[in-house]
Design a binder for this molecule. Structure first.
Ligand code: SAH
Length: 398
C-alpha cells in the first residue's frame, strides 16, 4: 500500500522545526495517498525529510495538528496514556488534583494533545473533542483517560460550533461509567459551586478564572461588589464568602443565574447580601449609572468579543465601552477587574483600551496587578496562541 503523507511547500517547515503544532492549508504542497479525516500521517518537508506525525483535517484551515515530532513514536493507546499521564501529573504538581475539587486536566495544545479538552469535576470528567484527529482516536483516548484517571464517569460536551469546521457534527452524552450527579458540587478556594455539566456553558465551569477569583476575594471584604457577566456567580460567591458587604451578579442567562442563587445559598450567604439580575450587562450598567448607584469593586468578565481579525475594531470598542461604564460606577478609591478572553487581544492593547476607558470616564488610576488564565490552562512555549485570558486590576484615585 502506498504510504500516506503530507508534503509542505519549500520554507513552510519553519514553524514545525520550532515545534509549533499547526499546519495551515496554505503551507501544504501535496497530500499523498488520500488519508481519511483525522487519520495520522507523516509530514515531510519539500525535500521529503520527516518533520512530524500529525492528524489530517481535510475540511479545516488547519490541515494538520501534530501529535509527535518523534519518527519512532506510534500514535496508539499507549501514546495517549503517556500524554494524559503527563497532563495529570502537571495538575498534581500544581496541587490541583485534590478530592472534591475541579480543574482543567487537559488543555489541548498546552498539554500536547491538540483538539482535546478535559475538565475534571470531582471524580467525573467532561470532555470536548474539537478536531478530526481526536475524533478518530476517541475510543483509544477514552480508554486511556479511564486507565489514567480511574474516573467514575465521562460525559461528552462536544456541542461547539468549531466542530463544523472539522466536518464533525455536535455531540453530547455519557461516554462511559456512571451518569454525573446533576448538579455536581465542587470546592474551589474556600467556596463550593454547583455545576451543571450537561447544560452549562463550555463544560459547566470556568476554571481558568480560579486565580482571579482569589484575587477578587482578597480585596472584597466590606466592599459593595458588582459582578458583570457573572455566569453562575463565580466571582460574586468568592467575594461574598470573603466578606463583601453586598454583591450584585448580572448575566443575560437565566439558568446561569438560577445556579448563582443556589451557589450563594450553598455558601450560606444571607439573601439580603446579594441580588441576581438577569439583564444585558451594557444596559444594566447604564441603568445603574442613571440611578446614581456606585460600587467599591467591579468585575467585568465578558464573553469573547473578538472572534476574528475582522471583528477586532468592533470588539475593542465593546471592551472599551464596558470598561468606561465600569469606571463610571466606581466610588472613589474603587477597584476594577476587567478581563478579555479574546486570543486576538494582546496584553498591550488591552492595557491601552483600559487606559482610554479611564480617560473617557474622567478618572485616573493605577494598575495593581495583571492576571491571566490559571496554571491548569498551560501554554506551550512552542504554541504561544494558547495564551488567551488577560485581566487588569485598576484602582481609581480616592
Ligand atoms: N465570570 C464567570 C464567567 C463569565 S462567562 C465565572 O467566573 O464563572 C461570560 C458570561 O457572559 C456568560 O455567562 C454569558 O451568559 C454572559 N453574557 C454574554 N453576553 C452578555 C450580555 N450582553 N449581558 C450580560 N451577560 C452576558
Amino acid at each position: 500500500m502506498e504510504k500516506k503523507f503530507l508534503k509542505l511547500k519549500p520554507g513552510r517547515e519553519k514553524p514545525l522545526l520550532r515545534h509549533h503544532c499547526w499546519i495551515f492549508s496554505g503551507a501544504v504542497a501535496e497530500v499523498v495517498g488520500a488519508p481519511a479525516p483525522g487519520e495520522t500521517i507523516d509530514v515531510v518537508d519539500a525535500a521529503g525529510k520527516f518533520l512530524a506525525r500529525a492528524a489530517w483535517s481535510p475540511n479545516s484551515q488547519l490541515s494538520g495538528r501534530v501529535w509527535s515530532f518523534n519518527e519512532s513514536e506510534a500514535i496508539d493507546e499507549a501514546f495517549f496514556v503517556r500524554r494524559i499521564a503527563a497532563a495529570v501529573g502537571l495538575r498534581s504538581f500544581l496541587g490541583l488534583n485534590t478530592p472534591g475539587s475541579g480543574c482543567r486536566l487537559i488543555h489541548s495544545e498546552g498539554d500536547n494533545l491538540p483538539g482535546l479538552i478535559v475538565d475534571r469535576y470531582g471524580e467525573y470528567l467532561a470532555v470536548q473533542i474539537l478536531s478530526a484527529g481526536v475524533e478518530r482516536h476517541r475510543d483509544e483516548i477514552l480508554a486511556a483517560l479511564m486507565s489514567v484517571t480511574n474516573a467514575k464517569g465521562i460525559y461528552e460536551r462536544s456541542d461547539v460550533p468549531v466542530r463544523a469546521r472539522e466536518g464533525l457534527p455536535e455531540r453530547t452524552g455519557l461516554l462511559c461509567g456512571e451518569a454525573l450527579p446533576n448538579p455536581i458540587i465542587i470546592t474551589e478556594n474556600d467556596c463550593r459551586f454547583a455545576v451543571d455539566v450537561r447544560h452549562g456553558q463550555k463544560t459547566g465551569f470556568y476554571f481558568d478564572q480560579r486565580d482571579s477569583r482569589r484575587a477578587v476575594a482578597r480585596l472584597a471584604s466590606g466592599r459593595r461588589v458588582l459582578n458583570l457577566f457573572s455566569y453562575t456567580g463565580g466571582f460574586g460567591v468568592a467575594a461574598a464568602v470573603a466578606g463583601a458587604e453586598h454583591v450584585v451578579n448580572v448575566d443575560s442567562s437565566a439558568p446561569a443565574l438560577a445556579l448563582a442563587a443556589h451557589n450563594m445559598e450553598m455558601n450560606k450567604i444571607a439573601a439580603a447580601r446579594y441580588e441576581n439580575h438577569c439583564a444585558d450587562a451594557f444596559e444594566e450598567l447604564r441603568r445603574f449609572r442613571d440611578e446614581g448607584r456606585s460600587f467599591d469593586l467591579i468585575v467585568l468578565d465578558p464573553p469573547k468579543f473578538i472572534e476574528s481579525q475582522r471583528a477586532l475594531t468592533r470588539g475593542c470598542r465593546a471592551y472599551q465601552d464596558i470598561a468606561r461604564l465600569g469606571f463610571e460606577l466606581l466610588a472613589p478609591g474603587g477597584v476594577l477587574f476587567n478581563f478579555s478572553c479574546s486570543g486576538l487581544m494582546t496584553p498591550e492593547l488591552f492595557q491601552k483600551i483600559t487606559a482610554d476607558a479611564a480617560l473617557e470616564a474622567n478618572v485616573s488610576g493605577v494598575m495593581l496587578q495583571r492576571l491571566s488564565q490559571s496554571a491548569d490552562h498551560p501554554v506551550s512555549l512552542a504554541v504561544p496562541e494558547g495564551f488567551y485570558l488577560k485581566g487588569l486590576v485598576t484602582r481609581i484615585a480616592g
